[in-house]
Design a protein around this ligand. Structure first.
Ligand code: P6P
Length: 325
């Protein structure tokens, strides 16, 4: 990871990094939609109770979870931004049962699958939360519908996430590149602050909900016991914040299957695939305990998956311990 000599703005970075044609044609518009939505959302998040937007809407989403007001606001914000971008054909969203389509012109050549607000249980207690995006190219030879979204994560062409934390950071991954931008709260502009991010060799942290121990197999218990030696347990309860710390400082995150969450708790398309893509581009690995998550062909848009992601060696050790049980 290096600190760039000058803090390029996101538009300047896109102009320098992505050609105006080829694989990333129009990606700058998708990334602008993410940064613009993140700025709008960040202002509301920072106002918290003053904005009267905390607490629930009283509704239950497709995941069977009580919808927080900010869940609905974040979903609406990013759906509108992607529609306005003119480059996104369809958005799949954790909060919305069916994907939203915006158009099938030749310019609408991207698909986005998103968790617009990750960490909902932390919204009302001023703890870091985030937004997660998987970015795909539309197969213009195929009909555009929910079925056409059921592709393995390895077909993503980019992924991005935002952490609304002590500062607001946007991390963007494309093939072989992971770069971090930090938002200037005065202007809402994102500036390049770290480039060519790779997982450190050292792994001072591991992230797991120890409260689930009674629900694990013996293999998972052994895997977690093996992580405890010489490491600190850091678990925020917001996947994207735990992921970002482990990426920058070194470590691994796991939320495996257990007797309550037999398919795992986290979503394949909206959380595991995008963050798994970032992890791999940063020299890490992502597994469901058996296989590379990015090679899973989904059968259902909202399906869940056990998730182990981060430092390559640690992911391998955890997978071996799980298999040994
Ligand atoms: P638990 C937040 O609701 C979330 O989806 C992830 O961001 C987080 O890692 C996980 O659930 C926390 O789950 O069961 O530990 O509270």
């Amino acid at each position: 990871m290096t600190s760039p000599p000058q803090h390029l703005t996101l538009p300047e970075f896109c102009e320098s990094r992505y050609e105006t044609s080829g694989l990333y044609d129009g990606l700058e518009s998708v990334l602008h939609a993410i940064s613009s939505g993140a700025y709008a959302l960040e202002k509301q998040i920072r106002n918290g109770n003053l904005a009267g937007i905390l607490g629930t809407t009283g509704e239950v989403n497709i995941q069977g979870e009580i919808v927080q007001q900010l869940d609905a606001i974040s979903s609406d914000t990013f759906v509108q931004e992607f529609k306005d971008s003119g480059r996104v054909a369809m958005v799949g969203c954790e909060e919305i049962e069916h994907p939203v389509s915006f158009g099938e012109t030749e310019k609408h050549n991207y698909i986005v699958l998103m968790d617009p607000l990750d960490g909902s249980s932390n919204i009302d207690v001023a703890v870091s939360i985030g937004s997660i995006f998987g970015i795909w190219k539309r197969d213009q030879q195929k009909a555009l519908n929910a079925e056409s979204l059921l592709r393995p994560g390895i077909e993503q062409v980019a992924a991005a996430y935002v952490v609304y934390g002590s500062c607001t950071v946007l991390v963007i991954a494309t093939e072989g590149n992971v770069d971090e931008f930090t938002m200037d709260p005065a202007t809402g502009m994102f500036h390049l602050t770290s480039t060519d991010i790779k997982y450190p060799d050292k792994t001072p942290y591991y992230s797991v909900n120890d409260g689930n121990t009674a629900r694990w197999t013996n293999g998972i218990v052994q895997a977690v016991d093996g992580l405890r030696n010489g490491r600190s347990q850091r678990y925020i309860g917001s996947l994207v914040a735990d992921f970002h710390r482990n990426l920058i400082k070194g470590g691994v995150f796991l939320y495996t299957a257990d007797t309550k969450n037999i398919d795992g708790r986290l979503r394949l398309m909206y959380e595991a695939n995008p963050l798994g893509y970032v992890s791999v581009q940063a020299g890490g690995e992502v597994s469901d305990g058996i296989q590379n998550i990015l090679e899973i062909t989904p059968h259902e848009l909202h399906q869940r998956a056990p998730l182990i992601l981060g430092n390559k060696e640690l992911v391998k050790k955890i997978r071996e311990a799980i298999k040994s049980s």
